[in-house]
Each structure stands twice: as structure tokens, then as C-alpha cells.
Design a binder for this molecule. Structure first.
Ligand code: FES
Ligand SMILES: [Fe+2]
Length: 460
């Protein structure tokens, strides 16, 4: 299979015309370039601190296609290592999670401490004549790591900007998922284990869907009719949202985007979940505190969002983080983490667990709808004829505004107000704009337009 001869910008990704070539989804050479240019450079979500609470705890995660070990060393420090022995590449950890004093390679027995040092080499004296420099052969560690409100992020690229700068003004939107329901900083933990499953589609299908595909409600019509929503009704049956502005909010220089609701100042707090008195009291009280504590941000409700390139979040329906791990051009492994307030009563956590399971994941009734679309769309785009025809992303072209303000709140980001238009592909174009920049840029200098001299937005 040969790579297309056109360049990325205006060849494969033509944002002015609102067209994207199917090649970027199905071409295997483009996929190999993505591994180098996106997944070896960008910040990626690895896991959550609550998964490794004690020294020696580990959780095996993934960055791009590659297995990594998230672990807490004996001194309590958190690390992310490539899960590959330095001797001959064997996976040094073959469990999903656990606790250990050392990682011992099953092939020839080299062992590594939880801070990555090579501490054990069989026949070190006899076979290596005590000459092997063990200090040079520890596990490969990520170039940068960031702990943010319990979440762990990493990049292989030492030249990448710090994580908070990578997020820029997008940060408060992801806080809507990571903060507790009452608005207190952090305060969330991972509920139970995580869900992992594979879908036969390119990873960008879910990435663009969770960037804010506001057009696919028809896909969920049957599940909406069944009524699995928070209050046992249609999941969108939240009357206060009818008063809100539904917004697509994109950050063109960074590639992050969200679909969020902005409630008016005077709107009552959303009733959220109403299952039993314990559950409804909990959410009502939390909402009241949050509105007071967070001011204008307390009336922002993130529906979905995407941190470039492959981490998605939902803030409340349900509250989760997902990673779209690439597994070849034609397959994606989805990992979904579910968050709850650490201090929530057991009944609330159990209610959320049930709700999350019936909504999300491979058995979740809503996510099943999406997976079926991505599966068949990908397969139907691979053929010799099919791949000659681009996808259409014209919806809402030119309708986005900067400095959007409503009811006294200036919303950070470039905004498309969907209240009248109902839907746009503003956020999806934003994803492919940044994707194109990553695929073309040779260095982070080219990717950090916000640092250029004369720019109002200085580097943080
Ligand atoms: S591959 Fe690990 S010790 Fe040889
Ligand atoms: Fe969906």
C-alpha cells in the first residue's frame, strides 16, 4: 500500500472546504507516521493515582501501541516505564495490575526495582565478568510526567511543553470531570476496575465523536426510548438544560475541544441523579455548594470533551475518562475509567456504578450504538473505490466566534453556539486542524504558536 501523494494540508485535510480524505483513516503508512508524530510527542493519559495507592503498586497501561508500567516506587514516587526488558525486549510485567518489590523479566531473569533501576542480573560475575554497567540498563522512562488532580499524564518527548501549558485555557473544562461534584479540587477516584475492549475502526472515529459529534442523536434513539437516563427517563430529559446554551468550544492552537452547556445565572441547580433520597440529597447538596464555590464555572456542564489526541472525558453522564489506543490503522482498543467522588456515600457510588455500566462500555446501551457506527463506517471506507471520496465536514463552517459571551460569562475558546443551529462540525474540524499540524511539524517550536513573540497569550 502506498502513501497518498498529496500533502496533509489542503490535500488530505481541507478545512476551508470542510473535507477530509478517507486515507487518513485507512492508510497504513499514514498510521505509522501518526505513531511517530503524534503518539511519540503528545501528552497521553496513563492512569489515576488512586489505582496505585501504596509503594510497589503498579498498573500496566499503554501509550500509543506500546505497553507501559505506571508504578509507585518504594519511596512513594510515581513513574511510567516502557514495559520492555533492556536485554532482549521481553515484557517485564505481564499482569494488568498488582503490587511488587521488583519486576523480574521472565526470559533470562533480569530484574528491575520499582524506580526502574536494573538491580538483578543472573551470573553477573561469571557471565558478564562483573563488567556490565547496570546503571545504563534500567527501564526506559518517559521524558515528562505530570500528576494533575489524581490523573497521571506522560510524554516521550523532552521538548514537549509542560502538561499545563499543553492544556492552556482548556484546563477548567477538564476540571469539570476531575473535581468532586461539589466543586472541590480533585476529590475523585476511580471506581472499581477499568473497562477494555476492541473495536474494528481507526482510533480517530471515537476521537472525533467525543470531540463533540452533536449530529448523531439518531443513533441513540432506541436507547433514549428505553429510558436509561439518570432519573430513569430519557438521558437528555433534564429540563434545566433547555434554558442553557449548548456550545461547541474549541482551542485551535492546542487541538482540544468540548461540547458543554452554559446555564443562565438564575437557573436552578440541575437535579442530576434522583434515584433514592440518599442519592438525590447528595447531588442536590453538592450542586448548591458547587454553584457557590465555582461562580460562573459552576454553571458550566461539560457533556463531552477531548484532550488531543486520544483522551476523552465526560463530566456527568456518566463521569469518565477514555483513551482510544491505536492498535493498527484498522483497530482501536478502548479503555474507560469511571470516576466518583471519593467521599460520596456507598449508596451513591453503587448507584453510579450501575448507571455507568448500563450507559458506557462494551455492554453499555449507549456506547454500543456508537461502536456499531464506527465499526461499519471504517469497514465501508477501506475499499478501492470508497477511499477515493472524502468525508464531509462542512456543517457550521464559518459560524464560530471568538470572545463569545453569554449572561455575563466570557467563555474561553472559539465557540459555536448550537442553541439555534442545533449542530455543527466546528469541534471536529478543530481536531483535524491540530492533527494536520502534528503530522507536518518537525519540532515543538512549530507546534507552540502561542509562544511566538508578540502573542498576547504568553507561555505559562
Ligand atoms: S529479555 Fe529480559 S532478561 Fe533477557
Ligand atoms: Fe454517541
Amino acid at each position: 500500500m502506498t502513501a497518498p501523494t498529496q500533502g496533509y494540508r489542503n490535500g488530505l485535510v481541507d478545512l476551508e472546504a470542510g473535507q477530509v480524505s478517507r486515507e487518513i483513516f485507512v492508510n497504513e503508512e499514514i498510521y505509522q507516521e501518526e505513531l511517530e508524530r503524534l503518539f511519540a510527542r503528545a501528552w497521553l493519559f496513563v492512569g489515576h493515582e488512586s489505582q496505585i495507592p501504596n509503594p510497589g503498586d503498579f498498573f500496566v497501561s499503554s501509550m500509543g501501541e506500546e505497553s507501559v508500567i505506571l508504578c509507585r516506587d518504594r519511596a512513594g514516587e510515581i513513574h511510567v516505564f516502557l514495559n520492555s526488558c533492556r536485554h532482549r525486549g521481553m515484557k517485564v510485567c505481564r499482569y494488568d495490575e498488582g503490587s511488587t518489590a521488583v519486576f523480574t523479566c521472565p526470559y533470562h531473569g533480569w530484574s528491575y526495582s520499582t524506580d526502574g533501576k536494573l538491580v538483578g542480573v543472573p551470573y553477573f560475575r561469571e557471565a558478564y565478568h562483573s563488567k556490565l554497567d547496570r546503571s545504563q540498563w534500567g527501564l526506559v522512562e518517559v521524558a515528562q510526567l505530570c500528576l494533575y488532580k489524581g490523573t497521571v499524564w506522560a510524554t516521550w518527548d523532552p521538548a514537549a511543553p509542560p502538561f499545563l501549558e499543553y492544556l492552556g485555557d482548556f484546563l477548567p473544562y477538564i476540571d469539570l470531570t476531575l473535581d468532586a461534584w461539589d466543586g472541590s479540587d480533585g476529590g475523585t477516584e476511580i471506581l472499581c476496575g477499568i473497562q477494555k475492549w476492541r473495536v474494528p475502526c481507526n482510533w480517530k472515529f471515537p476521537a472525533e465523536n467525543f470531540s463533540g459529534d452533536s449530529y448523531h442523536n439518531i443513533s441513540h434513539r432506541s436507547v433514549d426510548l428505553v429510558g436509561i437516563g439518570p432519573s430513569g427517563s430519557n438521558r437528555r430529559d433534564m429540563p434545566e438544560l433547555l434554558l442553557a446554551r449548548k456550545l461547541h468550544i474549541a482551542f485551535p492552537e492546542r487541538g482540544h475541544q468540548t461540547t458543554s452547556y452554559l446555564l443562565p445565572k438564575e437557573a436552578a441547580s440541575p437535579p442530576a441523579y434522583q434515584h433514592s433520597s440518599v442519592v438525590s440529597d447528595y447531588f442536590r447538596e453538592c450542586e448548591e455548594v458547587r454553584r457557590k464555590k465555582r461562580g460562573d464555572w459552576g454553571r458550566m456542564i461539560a457533556l463531552v470533551g477531548e484532550v488531543f489526541p486520544n483522551t476523552a472525558f465526560l463530566a456527568r453522564q456518566p463521569r469518565t475518562l477514555a483513551v482510544w489506543h491505536p492498535r493498527g490503522a484498522h483497530e482501536t482498543e478502548i479503555w474507560r475509567w469511571f470516576l466518583v467522588d471519593r467521599s460520596a456515600p456507598a449508596e451513591v457510588k453503587d448507584f453510579l456504578r450501575q448507571y455507568y455500566i448500563r450507559y458506557s462500555g462494551p455492554a453499555g446501551m449507549t456506547e454500543q450504538d456508537d461502536m456499531e457506527n464506527w465499526n461499519y463506517a471504517h469497514a465501508a471506507s477501506r475499499g478501492t473505490m470508497a477511499r477515493r471520496y472524502p468525508y464531509n465536514y462542512e456543517q457550521g463552517l464559518g459560524s464560530e466566534v471568538e470572545n463569545y459571551e453569554w449572561d455575563g460569562f466570557r467563555v474561553p475558546g472559539v465557540v459555536c453556539d448550537l442553541t439555534q443551529a442545533k449542530s455543527s462540525e466546528h469541534n471536529l474540524r478543530n481536531l483535524y486542524r491540530r492533527w494536520t499540524e502534528f503530522m507536518e511539524a518537525e519540532s515543538w517550536d512549530e507546534l507552540m504558536s502561542w509562544r511566538r513573540p508578540g502573542r498576547a497569550e504568553a507561555a505559562e
